[in-house]
Design a protein around this ligand. Structure first.
Ligand SMILES: *[C@@H]1O[C@H](CO)[C@@H](O)[C@H](O)[C@H]1NC(C)=O
Ligand SMILES: *[C@@H]1O[C@H](CO)[C@@H](O)[C@H](O)[C@H]1NC(C)=O
Ligand SMILES: *[C@@H]1O[C@H](CO)[C@@H](O)[C@H](O)[C@H]1NC(C)=O
Ligand SMILES: *[C@@H]1O[C@H](CO)[C@@H](O)[C@H](O)[C@H]1NC(C)=O
Ligand SMILES: *[C@@H]1O[C@H](CO)[C@@H](O)[C@H](O)[C@H]1NC(C)=O
Ligand SMILES: *[C@@H]1O[C@H](CO)[C@@H](O)[C@H](O)[C@H]1NC(C)=O
Ligand SMILES: *[C@@H]1O[C@H](CO)[C@@H](O)[C@H](O)[C@H]1NC(C)=O
Ligand SMILES: *[C@@H]1O[C@H](CO)[C@@H](O)[C@H](O)[C@H]1NC(C)=O
Length: 580
């Protein structure tokens, strides 16, 4: 335990070190990031042995489970001898099985369970009936007959209260089959330590320096200064047209970020306000600015599946005219910037919306992904959706529904070989973030094997904004399947009113302080270490490029070298030889 704690001290700000050591010496259950989106013949065992759920696998018949509202519950045994529970005679969506638990204020609860329906296919949601009245949805799964599907979700308790766990499924009459139910509580200290463990595993590598004389004698007391020149992990920020004219905004941006997305300037409604009159003056200039400053750009967005955000003239086109106009738009914007961007949001928000699907057919999105891929083959093509990880009551864009759309695109013939990436916006807006739902959602999305980016993360203005934003950003950075974060935030002078990082005088807001703290913690800081009697230094470094300078009080010159620390970094020992 102590060993882990020592390593944590290297990258956590010194003040929290003691707290973490004392937290870690106590028993802490590791977090299980595993999930599956496959429908399988038999359910797996309950995660965490069921956590605080009593009789989680129905090995003791229906003990401690009751009927919620109407219906009957009975134990059933599969051909393989697995016992599960069946709710029959259902008439209402909430007719299900239920168990009472006690939720404790500020605890984070990960929920999981396996489901099957006696016929057809439908969405099942877990519902927490809090304090006898409020119904809070904590996760969703598309279940069907013939195999078992995993629901993974969760809830953060805003106050201590009793809660009843129940399940919602629309179709009346259909039997609800359930097995391996789990509700595992974690406190904030445990949660933070899981994040720290994961960051250590996925974002950092251990490096050893061995400093010797030319004759191999070790050089005790050598000083090694390690300065990061480039962080590997893309942690970027949205940018808007104010960057072209506001010098202070330019300085603010360039001193912090190497990745960006233009918030609106590449959108169709910006580049072709009037049909046939394209104008790329502003995005061209912004891209030029980005290139001059070594900033990589995500393209946003080729098309948008929401009717409200079409250029005005597009809304009244016939399907044939729309097909033609959209093809022209794609060719225009994608060819213009082909090979110059790191990503495209191809059909924005196509889980919530279906403007193109309604007018042009069910495969409209998939067709546009294949076209974008054809026009710009080496660039990552993203889906980009809101509420998938940030708002558990929004069933429409839940991880399973997102994945269903993703598969439709992935399986479309023209997209074979395309770098498909999962974009989740991460606009958090309703008070305490449901960090349990966020992590479970990332687990499920990650189970597809595709990389995930948070593409527009932000938190609505509220008194706890800075704290909530830190929780969300840490969660994303620590998750093994997340490969980038872009925030849609910025300074007041650029018109960012919602998640503002700097005020009208470019003084940091508390939320701005959080972002700067994380930039420092995840990368750019300078480490200084002294070689021990064996001439050795062990250090754990965030992935990135480093300039290393080695000096010794008795040696007149210094030695410089560059190292790249990457995931799976293997030259564990870096030998530095100095002659007197
Ligand atoms: C969090 O949980 C751990 C492990 O159960 C426990 O030792 C610790 O006291 C808890 N911390 C807080 C702040 O409740
Ligand atoms: C449905 O309800 C009826 C009457 O309440 C009961 O006889 C029957 O056994 C129930 N069906 C199942 C499958 O439990
Ligand atoms: C929970 O319910 C009780 C009884 O209805 C009520 O007095 C209490 O205020 C509720 N607590 C919260 C935090 O809503
Ligand atoms: C190696 O070189 C250093 C510096 O010249 C010297 O102090 C040391 O005694 C040498 N060691 C051996 C084993 O020759
Ligand atoms: C294109 O947009 C720029 C920037 O808004 C504007 O200055 C210019 O007049 C526009 N060009 C045309 C031909 O409308
Ligand atoms: C895509 O990348 C491959 C490999 O790096 C390269 O050979 C090819 O020319 C690139 N294609 C385009 C269109 O840039
Ligand atoms: C959509 O594309 C799939 C191939 O991925 C094809 O099987 C299906 O028939 C298409 N659907 C429509 C409505 O064209
Ligand atoms: C290390 O990289 C920097 C650029 O970051 C370069 O200027 C320098 O020459 C390199 N040094 C060595 C020793 O390769």
């Amino acid at each position: 335990m102590m060993k882990v704690a020592t390593e944590l001290c290297i990258f956590l700000f010194n003040t929290s070190c003691l707290v973490l050591i004392s937290g870690l010496q106590l028993q802490s259950m590791p977090y299980d990031y595993s999930a599956t989106t496959e429908c399988v013949p038999e359910p797996q065992r309950a995660q965490y042995g069921g956590g605080i759920i009593v009789n989680p696998g129905f090995d003791h018949n229906i003990k401690d489970w009751t009927v919620f509202e109407h219906g009957t519950i009975k134990e059933r045994t599969s051909n393989d001898g697995n016992t599960f529970i069946v709710v029959s005679n259902r008439t209402q969506p909430l007719d299900s099985l239920s168990q009472k638990v006690q939720l404790e204020k500020e605890m984070i609860y990960i929920f999981s369970a396996w489901f099957q329906l006696s016929e057809g296919s439908d969405t099942i949601s877990v519902v927490f009936k809090i304090n006898g009245s409020e119904l809070v949805k904590g996760g969703h799964v598309i279940a069907k007959y013939g195999c078992w599907s995993l629901l993974k979700g969760g809830i953060v308790a805003k106050f201590s209260s009793p809660a009843e766990i129940l399940f919602e499924v629309k179709c009346p009459g259909v039997e609800l089959w359930t097995d391996s139910v789990s509700l595992q509580p974690f406190n904030k200290t445990q949660w933070r330590s899981h994040q720290a463990d994961s960051i250590e595993r996925v974002r950092k590598s251990k490096v050893t320096f061995q400093v010797n004389h030319l004759n191999e004698t070790s050089l005790e007391g050598a000083t090694v200064v390690i300065k990061q020149t480039k962080a590997d992990f893309p942690f970027g920020c949205g940018m808007n047209y104010h960057i072209l004219t506001n010098i202070e905004y330019q300085k603010w941006f360039v001193s912090r970020f190497k990745y960006t997305t233009f918030t609106n300037e590449m959108k169709w409604y910006s580049t072709e306000k009037i049909q046939g009159q394209e104008n790329y003056t502003i995005p061209d200039a912004m891209l030029k600015f980005a290139k001059e400053n070594g900033i990589s750009v995500r393209g946003h967005a080729i098309l948008w599946d929401d009717e409200r955000f079409q250029p005005q003239w597009v809304k009244s086109l016939s399907p044939e005219e729309l097909r033609e106009a959209a093809a022209k738009r794609m060719k225009s914007v994608v060819s213009r910037y082909s090979g110059q961007l790191i990503a495209w949001d191809v059909v924005n928000e196509n889980v919530h919306n279906r403007f193109f699907e309604d007018k042009l057919g069910e495969n409209a999105s998939a067709v546009y992904y294949s076209t974008a891929y054809y026009l710009d083959p080496n660039t990552s093509m993203f889906m980009n959706e809101f509420n998938t990880i940030e708002f558990s009551p929004d069933q429409v864009a839940s991880p399973p529904n997102y994945i269903r759309k993703l598969k439709q695109i992935q399986q479309f013939p023209g997209t074979t070989g395309m770098l498909l990436t999962i974009g989740v916006q991460g606009h958090f807006s309703r008070g305490v973030p449901n960090i349990a739902y966020m992590r479970s959602g990332l687990d499920l999305l990650g189970a597809t094997g595709l990389p995930i980016w948070l593409t527009e993360s932000s938190v609505d203005s509220n008194p706890n904004q800075a704290m909530y934003f830190e929780e969300i950003l840490r969660e994303a950075y620590s998750h093994p399947d997340v490969e980038g974060i872009i925030m849609f935030v910025g300074p007041a002078q650029a018109g960012f009113t919602n998640t503002q990082l700097a005020d009208a005088n470019f003084q940091n807001t508390p939320t701005g302080d959080v972002v700067d703290k994380l930039i420092g913690e995840w990368g750019t800081g300078t480490h200084t270490a002294i070689a021990d009697s064996r001439g050795m230094i062990d250090i754990s470094l965030h992935h990135g490029d480093y300039d290393v300078t080695v000096t010794h009080p008795l040696i007149r010159y210094s030695k410089k070298l560059n190292i790249s620390v990457r995931k799976g970094f293997s030259p564990e020992t870096i030998h530095v030889k100095m002659h007197a």
